[in-house]
Ligand binder design. Structure first.
Ligand SMILES: Nc1ncnc2c1ncn2[C@@H]1O[C@H](COP(=O)(O)OP(=O)(O)OP(=O)(O)O)[C@@H](O)[C@H]1O
Ligand SMILES: [Mg+2]
Length: 471
């Protein structure tokens, strides 16, 4: 141990003690003022939990303030300030460090400060922070040391708590990061699964669309066969009947047994049969023409620019023989300058089918019905609203009206293809949509939305394909 260590400096001295405060009542006012001042200092130290000490290194006298006694938990009335008591109070593990700091400060003649622990008799630990300064004579010999001891236990506890919560926070943070990583991985897996099932769904939908198409095609073919079977069957029967009659006539002619009555009978039958053959063949041909339209043949008509109002006016004019026979009326509302770049024949087919339906179904039993065709321009599309004030459509028929061969007039001129054709034209050829609203007694409202194509610059005016009507 160094010569100048606190231990060695004090080891052989007989330490005197000066305990401030206490004593008797002085008559001397100066002494009283001094005592009051000491009392105030003690009070201040108690509140701040800072004790002070002084060591006279010449005569070895050690002085403690009251707060040092409090800090070291030593009863001032029983024990004085002793270096042993000081040493005992320092935590054994910190004694060397405290000593070394003091020794170094004497050697270097510089103040020092140090934090260390105190170990109380009952095992409790206190944390203190010490400051110390010393005076030296000209030769460098230490004369006196003064110091303060501050109880920083609360601070240490707070620091400790802070460290604990920081550590907890770090732990939580890393747990959180782990959880986030795990969640991210789970989400990625879920996402991959979702993408996968979406892809499977897409494939399934494609297959479904394919098989629906096949089913629709199958239904259409069956319907076509069924529809055509009737006129062809009647035609064949009439033709074979005529053939039989011709054979009979030939035999009678060859045997010379042909009478005038035979000839007249034959002519009647022949006229009847050929009439029947012809009308049924016509019906079959008509049906075939309709079936062809179901397929919405796009190659048949050229695309061109046309004014919709003028064009629809012509279509209505072509239908006027049917309309004028009745007391029904049609009104057309369309911006006169509205120009379209597309297929005029499609609009003719649509309006013709809808109008014939109003005449055949909507106005069946109605004296003077009215049809309104209204065309409006929306930002990106054209809205054609077709309405009649006829009988309307029953709820059970409404969901089926666009299906092929769905008709409520089978055997009375209806084959159930008109609205199917309209639907195909609107959705396939014009890329739009069509809805039908109706209830019995309230007429029908068809809303047709068609996207407006970008005007084609420099497009040639192609020859207008003659509008073909379904019926
Ligand atoms: N304006 C309307 N008013 C009342 N019912 C209608 C009207 N338009 C269509 N319908 C109903 O919808 C059904 C289907 O119409 P669609 O045009 O497809 O066939 P259709 O007119 O019966 O036969 P086709 O048009 O092939 O001659 C009709 O049979 C009829 O019941
Ligand atoms: Mg129809």
């Amino acid at each position: 141990m160094n010569d100048k260590s606190m231990f060695s400096l004090l080891a052989h001295r007989n330490l005197g003690v000066v305990a401030p405060g206490g004593g008797h009542r002085e008559a001397d006012p100066d002494a009283r003022a001094l005592r009051l001042s000491v009392a105030r200092l003690n009070e201040a130290q108690r509140i701040a939990r800072i004790g002070s000490w002084e060591l006279d290194l010449v005569d070895g006298r050690l002085t403690w303030s009251d707060e040092i006694f409090n800090l070291f938990e030593i009863d001032k009335r029983q024990f004085g300030a002793t270096y042993e008591a000081f040493l005992n109070a320092i935590h054994p593990e910190d004694r060397d460090a405290v000593n070394a700091a003091y020794t170094r400060s004497l050697e270097t003649q510089t103040p020092y400060e140090i934090s260390h622990r105190l170990l109380m008799a009952d095992g409790r630990i206190k944390h203190v922070h010490e400051h110390c300064e010393s005076d030296f004579d000209a030769s460098g010999k230490p004369l006196r040391s003064v110091g303060t001891v501050q109880d920083i236990s609360d601070l240490k506890r707070a620091e400790f708590a802070l460290e604990q919560s920081e550590a907890k926070l770090l732990l939580l943070n890393s747990e959180l990061e782990d959880r986030v990583k795990a969640r991210t991985a789970e989400l990625q897996a879920a996402n991959a699964e979702l993408t996968d099932s979406l892809e499977r769904l897409r494939q399934a939908r494609t297959q479904l669309v394919q098989s629906e198409k096949m089913a629709a095609l199958g239904g259409l073919v069956a319907g076509v066969a069924h529809e055509i079977n009737t006129p062809l069957g009647i035609g064949v029967t009439a033709a074979s009947h005529l053939e039989l009659k011709v054979r009979h006539l030939g035999e009678r002619f060859r045997t010379g047994a042909l009478s005038r009555a035979d000839m007249e009978g034959f002519l009647g039958t022949a006229a009847e049969s050929s009439e029947m053959v012809l009308s049924n063949l016509k019906r079959a041909a008509e049906l075939i023409r309709s079936f062809k339209q179901v397929a919405v043949d796009q190659t048949g008509e050229h695309r061109r620019r046309f004014k919709l109002k003028d064009y629809l006016g012509e279509v209505l004019l072509s239908l006027s023989p049917q309309i004028n026979r009745t007391r029904h009326s049609v009104s057309l509302e369309c911006p006169p300058e509205l120009e379209l770049d597309g297929y005029p024949g499609s609009f003719s087919q649509i309006v013709t089918n809808l109008l014939l339906n109003s005449l055949l179904h909507g106005f069946d039993g109605v004296d003077a019905g009215h049809v309104t065709i209204r065309v409006g321009e929306l930002s990106q599309e054209l809205l054609l609203t077709y309405a009649d004030d006829g009988r309307g459509i029953a709820a059970e028929h409404l969901p089926h009206v666009f299906e092929p061969f769905y008709t409520t007039k089978r055997g009375q001129g209806g084959s159930g293809l008109g609205l199917h054709i309209v639907y195909n034209i609107v959705t396939q050829k014009l890329g739009g949509s069509i809805t039908c609203e109706s209830s019995p007694g309230n007429g029908v409202v068809f809303e047709i939305r068609v996207p407006r194509p970008v005007p084609m610059r420099g497009a040639q005016n192609a020859v207008d394909g003659a509008p073909t009507h379904a019926f």
